[in-house]
Design a protein around this ligand. Structure first.
Ligand SMILES: [Ca+2]
Length: 596
């Protein structure tokens, strides 16, 4: 109760004196700081607090001090999620209706598909800054590189940013011949080189701590957007983080996934009796792998674990610093991954065709394939679909797709506005688009009225303030729904129900229907049994398309995939029997030597 009254009071005060805010820092002195920690491609179960075997004590401590949420949704890839986070509007409205990298011919020039965060929207940092917050960003931006599109132009007072979607952790190398160098900005200036001693995760953290300290004396609250590159591939990391899990993953993805699910049930993250989603049909049963293959494949997951553990270490440095300067207790933390874990081979997609310029570029700059040097500059390691499914335990599919494994993520919220029991687990239906209205309410900032021309577009999310205070069972009513479209795949969730349309072979090329309360891992398509419900939910989809100008792409990265992947067959334990047959050993008492 106290928190809500407090924010209403601040909200009123700020509504009345909005223009004077920037000049009145003292008025906001007791408003909480806000830290968003985003893991790039970090999976639902990759934090210890969500069932991981990896060592993430610092994020786990935030979970113990706060609340974990298990029904939180992002979008299926990086830039659409980030655009919704920072604008509170749907990706098809704010410019990321498709990833810039995959804009389809029929989307070129269409408003909402600019490939960067467009000028229609106002951003969270812009409004928080207007409301008297310091606004800091470190890490990956991925929402435009032109001078009017960079973090400094979209509301960040200080920034150290990688503008690309990914890149080396050690230097300015990027992936393609057309874009061979990553672009970075610092405080709105494009960098010619990186600071000495650069390592992405460490440098981002150092920079942020510097920004916080530089302005600490003025007493204004700050908003920090910590958009870590980690644990996105390539897995490049310092030597002393590479060998902390040696041999741990040689047992293969099925065993690790089963152990994670068991821990999730013990922790209360998933209900008892939850079955794992089926192993993706094109992956081998790891029991069948030869020892050398197990070791090589396991090594990739060891490095991924190193990426996670190193990121957690730097999260811990930030948290400790806030404790040291007396700001921890007055800081809200939101920790989550921006989409499902990455199961597609990005490097093969970019550089995999022999004879192309990208292939030549990769051969020159990413040629470090010696396993002992995995993690060094020039090495490219990604863990593939088997481990991505582990990262998304217990769900099916992964980044890029609209199965739960593509869009559902673990969320930790802690700090002053979180009044639910410490260490508890919330199951309300939440969206990344909710974060902007939530934080505006917390900060006492208001969203501008939508004008006659429709700008800025209205916020689509629901504030969490009452929910976090224990005054609502969920931010959403049973009628409210969430919807997604990316690369032509579509989904709607309303209450416990979800419909999903995906390209073959991940989907069926038809609408599927799942009851996520009874079947969280989407094993039972109920569309044929409940045509009425499918019809009602596809009407919501139609509504979503109209409201957000969704243009299904004329070309999709998934088209033709069904022809390039192994066909799907039902999986049945013990079949085919030949794979499970053991060597025949005759009874000892019937053995005899050959006669002369
Ligand atoms: Ca991502």
């Amino acid at each position: 109760m106290r928190v809500v009254r407090w924010s209403m009071r601040v909200g009123l005060a700020f509504g009345l004196h909005a223009a004077a805010l920037a000049q009145a820092p003292a008025a906001g002195a007791h408003r909480p700081n806000i830290v968003i920690i985003l893991g790039d491609d970090m999976g639902f179960s990759d934090m210890g607090a969500f069932g991981s075997e990896m060592s993430t004590p610092n994020m786990d401590a935030l979970a113990r001090d706060g609340v974990r949420f298990t029904n939180f949704y992002t979008h299926a890839t990086c830039s659409p999620t980030r655009s919704m986070l920072l604008s509170g509007t749907d990706a098809h409205v704010n410019g990321l209706g498709n990833m810039n990298e995959w804009t389809a011919p029929n989307q070129v020039g269409v408003p909402g598909y600019e490939g960067h965060l467009n000028a229609r929207v106002v951003t969270l940092p812009q409004l928080l800054r207007d409301a008297g917050y310091h606004t800091y960003m470190v890490g990956k931006w991925h929402m435009g590189k032109a001078p009017d599109q960079i973090p400094a132009a979209r509301g960040f007072e200080r920034d150290f940013s990688l503008l690309d979607g990914a890149g080396s952790y050690w230097n300015m190398w990027n992936f393609t011949a057309a874009s061979p160098r990553s672009t970075y900005t610092e405080d709105g200036k494009y960098l010619t080189k990186l600071p000495s001693g650069y390592y992405a995760t460490r440098t981002y953290t150092d920079k942020l701590i510097g920004y916080i300290d530089a302005n600490h004396a003025d007493g204004k609250p700050f908003f920090a957007y910590v958009a870590h590159q980690a644990p996105h591939d390539p897995y490049q990391l310092p030597q002393d983080w590479r060998n902390r899990n040696v041999g741990k993953y040689d047992i293969g993805w099925d065993a690790v996934r089963a152990a994670r699910l068991k821990r999730q049930v013990d922790l209360g993250i998933m209900p008892a009796g939850t079955p794992l989603a089926e192993r993706m049909w094109f992956l081998p049963d790891p029991v069948q792998l030869a020892p050398a293959s197990s070791e090589v494949i396991g090594r990739k997951m060891e490095l991924y674990a190193g990426m996670m553990e190193n990121m957690d270490y730097h999260v811990g440095r930030l948290v400790q610093h806030l404790k040291d300067i007396g700001e921890y207790d007055n800081t809200i933390f939101l920790v989550f991954g921006d989409n499902g874990a990455e199961g597609s081979d990005l490097f093969a997609a970019i550089a995999g065709t022999p004879g192309t310029k990208n292939y030549l570029f990769a051969a020159m700059h990413w040629s470090q394939t010696d396993q002992k040097a995995w993690g060094d500059p020039g090495s490219y390691v990604a863990y593939g679909a088997g481990w991505a499914q582990v990262s998304m335990t217990p769900f099916g599919q992964y980044k890029g797709w609209l199965g739960e494994g593509g869009i559902r993520n673990g969320l930790i919220a802690s700090g002053p506005v979180v009044k639910l029991a410490k260490g508890s687990i919330g199951t309300g239906l939440m969206s990344v688009a909710d974060i902007m209205p939530t934080l505006l309410e917390v900060a006492g900032a208001s969203y501008p009225h939508t004008g006659a021309a429709g700008d800025p577009p209205p916020l689509i999310g629901k504030s969490w303030v009452k929910y976090l205070a224990g005054q609502a069972a969920s931010p959403r009513t049973p009628q409210d729904y969430l919807a997604w479209e990316l690369f032509g795949d579509r989904a709607v969730r309303q209450g416990d129900w979800k419909i999903r349309w995906e390209y073959k072979p991940f989907g069926t090329g038809e609408w599927e229907l799942f009851n996520l309360a009874a079947d969280p891992t989407e094993r039972h398509d109920l569309a044929a049994e409940q045509p009425g419900r499918v019809k009602a939910m596809t009407a919501l989809w139609d509504q979503y398309v109209l409201a957000n100008n969704v243009i299904l792409p004329s070309r999709s990265p998934w088209e033709g995939l069904v022809k390039t992947m192994p066909e799907r067959f039902p999986v049945e334990a013990g079949y085919p029997p030949l794979m499970y047959e053991r060597q025949f050993v005759p009874p000892q008492d019937m053995m005899a030597d050959p006669k002369p």
